[in-house]
Design a protein around this ligand. Sequence first.
Ligand code: 4AD
Ligand code: MG
Length: 463
Amino acid sequence: MDYFEKTKIKKILQGNIDSYEDVIVLGWVKTKRVSKNIAFLEINDGSSVKNLQIVILDPSKYELDDLNRGSSVRIKGYLEDVPNREQSIEMKAEEIDIIGTAPDNYILQKKKHTFEFLREIAHLRPRTKTFSTVNRFRNKMAYAIHKYYQERGFQYIHSPIITASDAEGAGEMFKVTTLDLDNIPQNENGEVKYEEDFFGEQTGLTVSGQLEAEVMATALGDVYTFGPTFRAENSNTTRHASEFWMIEPEMAFCNLDEMMDIIEDFIKYLFKYALDEAAEEMEFFDNNIEEGRKETLKSIINSTFARITYTKAIEILKDADQDFEFPVEWGMDLQTEHERYLTEKYYNKPVLVTDYPRGIKAFYMRINEDEDTVAAVDCLVPEVGEIIGGSQREERYEVLKERMENENMNMDKYQWFLDLRKYGTVPHSGFGLGFERILMYISGIKNIRDVIPFPRTPGNADF
Ligand code: 4AD
Ligand code: MG
């Protein structure tokens, strides 16, 4: 197929080409320098952060005036090795076709732009070095995630986006409706008549594919989801997005300890993959985002994650030589400041915290022997905080039923979930990794808005 024979600049720069003659590149102009007898263009085609230098030996032959930064071109020419230069290969132009011009006032002039400004031009920011790198990195890491699970016999499943179940029971679902918002059907008590809505019941965008993943795991064995997830929580922080991507593995015949081994192995695999297979991107992050990123990842690969119970975490926090805004008490949810103390100050590496009080965790988590705690695990990392939440699931029919009743859940609606415990129940476990959170951690990028191409956050759904 001809289409795939177009030469990518990345391949040229790697020397990965069949012929030095009649090479065609297609891309966007980054810089132009013209003098009387010679001109130079730097072209980028998105395949690499690096540009290809084009040398024009007879500038008068071409309409170079129209080739501003940002314009798109097709250039045909031959390649030449140029040893001892930053890029060891360059192209001598033979044909230059301007495909799309760009005016002088192209907004992305060659200077440093703030990340805040670039968020306002999300349609152009992938053309900057930083955001083209981020997006190439995101692509590679998405592939790494599939590779990890596929090579271990996990099956990729698709959980629904529109759903009637609130998997986390936190009431943070965006509503999905076709009801006329100016004329909402209501019953005598003023309640919305969802039976008249599109699905005949109240629905929303999924907050997690877990409940459906449990269905699939108790049929297919080891499965994982990797898809968009939505939370209508009004948290305007650097770590929360209203739409984010989550990886949710769910394993039948698997307990909490076994799952923690998987979590540690999986995270280390992703770090290693980033260092080995996204070396160009990691180099960029190390040089431009956070110095020492690569060393940090390497040292974590060679370390063992700390594993502590919630109760132990509370003891550590109580003994801390630091005042917390939220007083430390057994039973409370760990706040960001507590998580940061544990993972940054106390351990200075990833920490797996297990066995949380049942009162602060979701209904599906398995009750421990002590009856007070559940078989939950959160993975905390320096800077970012929680990147993973998971648990062993309550597989005992009666125990789960009682728990759901106590939480006043609509039992009819979740009977299917209970049924999994009725017909051939098995111990099973699963977790959710926030894709953007792990990208932030590996790259050192500080704001979740900068690791997803089109961030959705409270008050912002542009583009
Ligand atoms: O801890 P969470 O809420 O767990 C669940 O949804 C479980 N059902 C997962 C499971 O057991 N299958 O979310 C899991 C992870 C968090 O640790 C965090 O990394 C990410 O999802 N996350 C968010 N990422 C970005 N923006 C948000 N608003 C997020 N909320 C959760
Ligand atoms: Mg959580």
